[in-house]
Design a protein around this ligand. Sequence first.
Ligand SMILES: Cc1ncc(COP(=O)(O)O)c(C=O)c1O
Length: 353
Amino acid sequence: MSFINNWLRPDIKAINAYHVPLSDDMVKLDAMESPFPLPDALIGQYLAYLADVQLNRYPSASANELHQTLRELMDIPDEFGVLLGNGSDDLIQLLALACDTGDAILSVEPSFVMYGMIAKFTRLNYQSVALTNDFEIDADAMQRAIETHNPKLIFIAYPNNPTGNTFDRTVIETIIASTNALVVLDEAYYAYADDSFLLDINKYPNLVLLRTVSKIGFAGLRLGLLIGVQDTVTALDKLRLPYNINTLTQVSANFLLKEKDEISKNAQIILKERTELSSMLGAISSLQVYPSQANFILFKAPSANLLFEFLKTNGVLIKDLSAAPVLTDCLRVTIGTQTQNQTFINLVKRFYD
Ligand SMILES: Cc1ncc(COP(=O)(O)O)c(C=O)c1O
């Protein structure tokens, strides 16, 4: 028995590590990243901007300029508070750390895996309510779960990952109004969705939003934000590690996120590609394609794991979700460039020929 096996908490020993597959030289359509690199015209100015960075100093602790940049990018009203995280994963963990031992966290199933994993890391009681067959929230089951578990936190991804849909708004509003939990609407995919709860923050004292720049072109920066009423944000800020947003992220984001037109132009391209890819997938009779409000598409495919392996062998990486009970035979593909999407769809067609 190795030292670490004796030493480690048994529940952590039992967890499978978050698996990131190798993707070198592959068409990478597995992680909802943006396919667009920095425009060439920006690179020179960006590097010049970086030249002034003082890496011998700690980052700006308040990150005031970055706060302002994000407020402008996402049209966040001045009266709301904003808390920055090293990716929104960091903020999910911060919220879990704010809970008391044994508190329950509630979400839906399937949803973003980190809600459950972080609940495990922080020894919280994770509960989830199965979505209906059409991936909606089962309102009655949710109310029963709220009564039974009295959750401290409720995570709802809006749009949801991996299903891609936004849930019925009135169901979410009923949940927010009927619980003492802090309800966290995770809007990681806000740039690709028709609806948002941003302006509902004023209506509900127990509502906060999570957003990230990971899905709009800057996954490498690791920068997420929590938006809520100011006193909620001020209280949660006590749990933030000092200097959690490193200097290179702050400086890069301040330069790159000011390119609002470029960012929304890229989002528009993804939306157009999503429509095209959905209809190309839909035209393959053996596939069932689910509607998406995000930068990915979930689809059901006969022999899904064989299709996944076939794509991988031919240099295209997507996500195989087929082992999850409610997602039998489901795969998830991130929207790429037109060329990447075409490569993907040609292989899918070849597979079913
Ligand atoms: C719903 C949802 N929230 C949060 C994240 C993580 O975002 P970040 O890269 O900011 O940690 C993801 C990533 O896939 C996601 O799907």
